[in-house]
Design a protein around this ligand. Structure first.
Ligand SMILES: NC(=O)c1ccc[n+]([C@@H]2O[C@H](COP(=O)([O-])OP(=O)(O)OC[C@H]3O[C@@H](n4cnc5c(N)ncnc54)[C@H](O)[C@@H]3O)[C@@H](O)[C@H]2O)c1
Length: 346
């Protein structure tokens, strides 16, 4: 049985601890079109033999309007109509593309998700945000629209490269930091290999993250306030990602360190928390040493969507599990970036 959530525009059913083989019971397959990541398709093509499939080239660079244009033409070739049901199978890139295309194709068709990366299971599939990049501007065009279902099958993760596991765990660590200190202890007492070898342990933390994100999204679906806490590590993180082409999770990890330093400066967070945090990062094979140019990162931050005059709303921590939205002045941002640059040179 799924657990279901009623959002403002409709209900989403979450099939946690599920199997892809259950899909016929969940989705209207007779009029479904699958949008599948090219790497996932190569690995799992046998699963799609009897289905209508459109392949999307893997990679963030394909999260673009030209992909949306091309997919629209291919849907028209397939005589897709208002009752066509789109099913995205892949990581966050394919799910963002599927959610956006479904939201605008013929002014909106229904869609569902089968996330195949940790990051997509714990984050990108949840909450209804979707979109595509315009040049270097991430997620510049998008909508907020919920899928009808999300099916979680952790068997897909068996083929996920190690670095992508780490990437996903950066978001798990984020959830723990902003609102779940018990999860933080669980992460501190385990390591990546424990989760890779124990599917029940893994499913348990995926479920915790899904429920935590849903709780936040339900309270603040359109990101007026509480939902912003999900951006912990993401403000500086996005700037690192854009400038240095880092994987999303690794960039967010560096962003979380910057946010911890700012939390020490603004909210007297103990420095010991940062030391412990770096130990947790090591357990999930996430780097903490990084060479970058403070000035270049600040330039990117000056164009951040969240800028409000001389401040940007950063998510800071009062303690592990207790996040606050804090308007951080550019001088303070610069100071936190400089400490990160000085203390964590490789
Ligand atoms: N909509 C949201 O709320 C939200 C939240 C967080 C992130 N995102 C977006 O998600 C994207 C990142 O997602 P991601 O990290 O899943 O990246 P991704 O979709 O690029 O997938 C990562 C890589 O893993 C491969 N892959 C996927 N599943 C696999 C599997 N089971 N086995 C082997 N290889 C597999 C893909 O081909 C790709 O090369 C970014 O575009 C980010 O902006 C969206």
């Amino acid at each position: 049985m799924p657990y279901s959530i009623q959002f403002s525009k409709g209900q989403t059913d979450y099939y946690l601890k599920s199997s892809f083989l259950d899909l016929p019971k969940i989705a209207p397959l007779a009029h479904a079109v699958f949008l599948i990541d090219s790497n996932v398709y190569e690995l799992y093509k046998d699963l799609f033999i009897h289905h209508t499939v459109l392949i999307i080239d893997a990679g963030e660079q394909h999260k673009s309007l030209s992909t949306i244009h091309e997919l629209t033409l291919r849907l028209l070739d397939l005589n897709a109509h208002k009752s066509t049901f789109l099913i995205g199978v892949g990581g966050g890139v394919v799910l963002d593309i599927t959610g956006f295309l479904a939201s605008v194709f013929m002014r909106g068709v229904s869609f569902g998700f089968v996330p195949t990366t940790i990051l997509a299971m714990v984050d990108a599939s949840i909450g209804g945000k979707n979109g595509v990049n315009i040049g270097l501007n991430k997620n510049m065009l998008g909508t907020i629209n919920q899928p009808k279902f999300i099916l979680f099958d952790t068997l897909f993760l068996q083929t996920l490269p190690n670095c992508k596991w780490s990437d996903g765990f950066a978001e798990v660590i984020k959830y723990a930091c902003i609102g779940n200190s018990a999860l933080y202890h669980q992460l501190a007492n385990n390591n990546l290999v424990n989760f890779q070898s124990d599917s029940l342990l893994l499913q348990n933390i995926i479920e915790q993250c899904v429920q935590q994100k849903n709780k936040i999204v339900l309270e603040d679906e359109f990101e007026k306030n509480l939902r912003k806490t999900l951006n912990f590590g993401h403000t500086a993180g996005h700037a690192f990602e854009t400038l240095y082409h880092l994987p999303h999770g690794q960039a967010v990890t560096f962003g979380m360190i910057v946010a911890l330093i700012a939390s020490e400066q603004q909210l007297s967070l103990s420095k010991q928390i940062r030391t412990d945090f770096v130990n947790v990062l090591n357990k999930y094979q996430l780097a903490h040493l990084f060479d970058f140019e403070v000035r270049a990162v600040l330039e990117i931050l000056k164009h951040d969507k969240k800028r409000n005059g001389e401040t940007i709303d950063f998510i800071l921590l009062k303690s592990i599990g207790d996040a606050v939205i804090f308007p951080l002045e550019f001088d303070a941002i610069q100071s936190a970036l400089q400490i990160f640059a000085d203390e964590y040179k490789s």
